[in-house]
Write a protein that binds this ligand. Sequence first.
Ligand SMILES: Nc1ncnc2c1ncn2[C@@H]1O[C@H](COP(=O)(O)O)[C@@H](O)[C@H]1OP(=O)(O)O
Ligand SMILES: [Mg+2]
Ligand SMILES: [Mg+2]
Ligand SMILES: [Mg+2]
Length: 335
Amino acid sequence: MSAFALERSIAINAVLQASKVCQTVFRHLASAGTITKLDKSPVTVADYSAQAVINTILEKSFPNDPIAGEEDSKNLHGDERKPLRQRILELTNTVLDEPLDENKLLNAIDRGTHPGGIKGRMWTLDPIDGTMGFLRGEQFAVCLALIIDGQVELGVMGCPNLPFDLKNQESEKGCLFVAVKGQGAFQRKFSSPDVLPIHFANISSPSEATFCESVESGHSAHGDAAKVAALLGISKPPLRMDSQCKYCCVSRGDANIYLRLPTSSEYIENIWDHASGSLLVNEAGGTISDIYGKALDFSLGRKLTANTGVVVSHPNIHSQILDAVQKVIVKKENI
Ligand SMILES: Nc1ncnc2c1ncn2[C@@H]1O[C@H](COP(=O)(O)O)[C@@H](O)[C@H]1OP(=O)(O)O
Ligand SMILES: [Mg+2]
Ligand SMILES: [Mg+2]
Ligand SMILES: [Mg+2]
């Protein structure tokens, strides 16, 4: 049996079940059931339920593995939140074999509070990455990764709204991406277990590239990305997309570069926003670094405290992209 075969199959099932919950929520209630967290970001019943589903499934097979997940139950307590809790519970129980009660639900969500770090085995989970995309009915991803001693070993991403073939409007939506370190990168449809290998598109000059970036200019500096593109002679418009679906798209050749350039806010990226995507990129033959060319360091806790921004591209052009990014950013820093 290949390395991490059990983890791979449990993670795929967990991500598919959580993705189902997200699809149900979107069909039935869209923005109802949304609350705003302290950092002003939105969280929905689907985020909580997806985290409860995945944490419960992981606990069954790997009871000793800690989980660093985005959500926690602190906004779900008290009488006022009872209807929200009930909705999350109902949703969660639609996909679990053994139903939870309210207490078990809150405990399952709070299994995700691990502080992270360099030692041992842990999972990191973003139950819905790109909540803004989810609320708009656009792209979002359910992202789960296994990290051992600070190294990402396995990544699984479910992208319920992503077409299997981005160029074909009729193409079936619902793609799952999976990578195990040293075993390659693959995608499959939600509807079939058959996996197909994926690769970065070959490219010899950055000027031929399509780059992708966030839809949200508050998450990634669009103006700086436009300057980088101009320096590189890129003439194609950017592919704007929410969530780690961007990692999936570059990994299967829909686009060639992913730029996540720091905004003026002092935001530090979370490990669950990049762990599965970074492994997928590496296994699909791409290069990923921060804007200074440093590898992403997943060993420092729940956040990527040693990194600034993200740059992904084919290895043939990575140093040229970094040069352009640094010209734009350093110029701005010196103003
Ligand atoms: N100020 C911010 N800067 C960068 N990323 C952010 C910021 N606020 C939230 N995020 C996270 O950015 C990711 C979305 O990236 P993108 O804009 O590329 O879709 C999400 O993980 C989102 O969290 P969440 O998981 O809550 O949606
Ligand atoms: Mg969030
Ligand atoms: Mg996220
Ligand atoms: Mg999230």
